[in-house]
Design a protein. Structure first.
Lengths: 155, 155
DNA sequence: TATGAAAGGTTGAACCC
DNA sequence: GGGTTCAACCTTTCATA
């Protein structure tokens, strides 16, 4: 797909939605940028259609719900199969994020949530069954997401 | 903070908001779960107040905007300073996510977006200056987020 | 806690520039 | 491209059980 070039309005929209995708209304962004709300809506639609905005997700602190086993599983996939295996890994119950990395080893990073040790063993086994080699497994203690600061627009 | 125990309605809400935090209305969730919309709103407020729902973020495909350098920077922090350094790393311009990991080495994983090589050098230098040791740096090729399937409620 | 009703804000679609 | 209008929908607030 072709690159979507961003202007100041696009960047302001992306920054606002990274900050709070649920409560940030198109009217608020519009007012801040001095355009009509429908202009912001059209831009968002176009950013979605062009694959720039790919989703809006709630950030959850699993530990607060009693799920203590929020883990990072480092896996290795044969390079030609990496993309397919990364997609398949998403289907494993408990997996909440997958990142493909361009490196020699440990080229698929998987975030998974387990209810107990048995559950984690099951997740490990299923990842192994689809063809991923598990190299390491660690507890994620904390996770922060923050907007890309270069998208911010000066007032 | 005390653990927030989840019931079926809480889980359904979390699942729905993980799937689409922006377009999923409280009324839609309410209808699906056969409760009043205001009940769903009260629950969401309570999940936010208890630190279970910690944010709503847009997912962005940086490559589609011409930013080719979406990277994963693996760092090591002395354990007693890990939390503080992880928080400070968020302030570095270009950093979009930070994960603290409970492991011996490479215990802080940083996701950053660079405009070019010079920009990445600057990010590396700033992380080094706050006290993080950079162990490795890789290009992120693809990233997927998916709801925690165990929060799904059967129809 | 859950609900329902009134007021105000937001959205999407159609139309115009 | 951007703006205006308006009906439908959503959210906020608060009184009630």
């Amino acid at each position: 797909m072709a690159i979507h070039e961003l202007d100041d309005l696009d960047r302001a929209i992306l920054h606002a939605l990274q900050h709070d995708a649920r409560k940030m209304s198109t009217s608020t962004i519009a007012e801040r940028m001095d355009v009509a709300p429908s202009t912001v809506r059209t831009r968002i639609k176009s950013l979605e259609d062009d694959g720039v905005l790919t989703g809006y997700h709630a950030e959850i602190n699993y530990e607060q719900t009693g799920l203590q086993l929020h883990t990072l599983i480092l896996c290795t996939a044969p390079v030609p199969e990496r993309e397919r295996l990364a997609e398949q890994a998403q289907e494993v119950s408990g997996v909440v994020a997958v990142r493909e990395v361009m490196t020699g080893n440990e080229n698929v990073h998987i975030e998974a949530v387990g209810q107990d040790g048995d559950d984690l063993n099951r997740i490990g086994r299923e990842l192994d069954e689809i063809g991923l080699t598990i190299e390491d497994e660690d507890i994620i203690r904390n996770e922060y997401e923050t907007p890309y600061e270069r998208f911010a627009v000066q007032d």
